[in-house]
Design a protein around this ligand. Structure first.
Ligand code: NOJ
Length: 459
């Protein structure tokens, strides 16, 4: 008998874990891999007091979770967990060390082995072309802000589609371009730490053109798979019940989420934002609307990374008139990434309504705990179990309520890895990793996740 409060997932629902090359592989200098912008900045700031950058860490991304050397054991664990998918990224610096030009056969060979192993363990790989690592040699030429960026990226995408496209059937162009580009070039909180509105908007535009080029190329190659992009979304709800706060929240969401998603899905930048925010409209690249419209190719699905929600209040002195703070209903004081499961409900509704029920994958969602250097305690992670359960329940409820476009969920992340700003200070993983010795151990949350995956159901 089926109890009506069962929280089940459909048979074709993808459920698994995620990680990125930069954060998991380690082996940052090995087998021909070149330095990425993130390697470069980490090396600049490692061990130095926090200065003009927002890096908190003294750690280097040279270990990650040692995935480069131990991918077989990690994938075997994923199979034991019962997951049917894994989201990973390819490191541009490993595949084309000079950014453009010669392909590194050792880089291709590594990803071939990983992809083949995943397939032999009955897992669908979802592969990001870009998740943090811009080759530093291209960063020195301006990175996203260089008008040649779309061509560089298209060339790299072509190499990847040609090498792996026979087996990889789910691709994403960029992970969190809003963070890498908007926060890297306009807000100045991520590498390359620039704060230049006009140049930053050009960098965003270039990144969107690069996305279109890759999508168009992929479709022209008829490889029979799907291609999308992964955007972060922290929904904002009004601090007070008033029109000013509602509108301030709308602007804030359009700036970080729709500024990327709307061009990618509908072929234009958000109209409301451009009409009501002269500070943005005046700094947009020349001919932007025509450029986007002419290059637009609709992607097949949208990946969304969800960690927390925000509360927004109208403030005429704040950027876009919105003073936003992170929603902290259920968090411990000072907790990074304060969990707010209901925000996932808001997000799926917002996106489905606004983007004609496009297929949605929750490509990241994860619980950050502080590295306290105690394996026993780290592995006894009841709070992470609760986190997973509450977020998955929301998804199951949404599916039950008719959101058939909700197609998958990836817990972030598979194993404790390198966190871009926090080094090894934060642990998100289902598998505990000792970053000195490489020792690994399943946390309680991984045993729990295995029950969920195997039963395709959450309690
Ligand atoms: C989103 C990023 O894509 C990922 O790389 C990062 O580790 C998580 N956020 C947690 O900060």
């Amino acid at each position: 008998m089926r109890h009506y409060l069962e929280f089940r997932f459909p048979e074709d629902f993808l459920i698994g874990t995620a990680n990125s090359a930069f954060q998991s592989e380690g082996a940052a200098d090995r087998d021909g891999k070149s330095e990425s912008n993130m390697d470069y900045y980490a090396r600049q700031v490692a061990g130095k007091p926090r200065g003009k950058t927002s890096f908190y860490t003294k750690d280097l991304p040279d270990r990650g979770c040692f995935f480069y050397d131990h991918y077989e054991e990690y994938i075997a664990d994923m199979q034991k967990t019962g997951q049917n998918t894994y989201r990973l990224s390819i490191s541009w610096c490993r595949v084309i060390p000079d950014g453009v030009g010669a392909v590194n056969p050792k880089g291709i060979a590594f990803y071939n082995k990983v992809i083949d192993k995943l397939l032999s363990c009955n897992m669908i790989p979802l592969v990001d072309l870009y998740h943090w690592d811009m080759p530093q040699c291209l960063q020195e030429k301006g990175g996203f802000a260089n008008p040649d960026f779309p061509g560089w990226f298209e060339n790299y995408a072509k190499v990847c589609f040609a090498a792996f496209g026979d087996r990889v059937k789910m691709w994403s162009t960029f992970n969190e371009s809003a963070v890498a580009v908007t926060y890297g070039y306009i807000r100045g909180t991520f590498p390359p730490f620039e704060k230049n509105e006009k140049r930053g908007l050009q960098a965003i535009h270039n990144c969107l053109l690069a996305h279109f080029k890759a999508v168009k190329l992929y479709k022209s190659m008829n490889l029979g798979g799907k291609i999308g992009a992964v955007n972060p979304f922290a929904p904002a709800t009004p601090a007070r019940i008033c029109r000013e706060d509602i509108e301030a929240c709308a602007r804030s969401m359009e700036y970080i989420f729709d500024f990327w998603t709307e061009p990618m899905v509908k072929g234009h930048y958000p109209k409301m934002l451009l009409e009501t925010c002269p500070e943005i409209a005046a700094a947009m690249p020349e001919g932007y609307a025509k450029d986007i419209a002419e290059n637009f190719v609709r992607m097949d699905f949208l990946g969304i990374n969800y960690y927390f929600s925000r509360r927004g209040q109208y403030d005429p002195d704040a950027f876009l008139g919105c003073k936003a703070s992170v929603e902290v209903y259920f968090a411990e004081p000072g907790q990074s990434y304060p969990p707010y499961p209901a925000g996932l409900f808001d997000l799926v509704q917002y996106v489905s309504d606004r983007y004609d029920n496009i297929d949605i994958y929750i490509t990241e969602n994860g619980f950050a705990s502080k590295n306290i250097g105690d394996m026993e305690k780290e592995c006894d992670d009841g709070d992470r179990i609760l986190y997973i359960r509450e977020h998955l329940r929301i998804l199951a409820r949404l599916i039950k309520a008719g959101y058939k476009n909700l197609k998958g969920y990836y817990y972030w992340n598979d194993a404790d890895s390198y966190e871009e700003l926090d080094g090894y200070n934060l642990r998100f993983g289902l598998t505990y990793v000792d970053h000195e010795t490489g020792q690994r151990r399943w946390k309680k949350s991984r045993y729990y996740y295995a029950e969920v995956c195997k039963n395709r159901m959450v309690n």
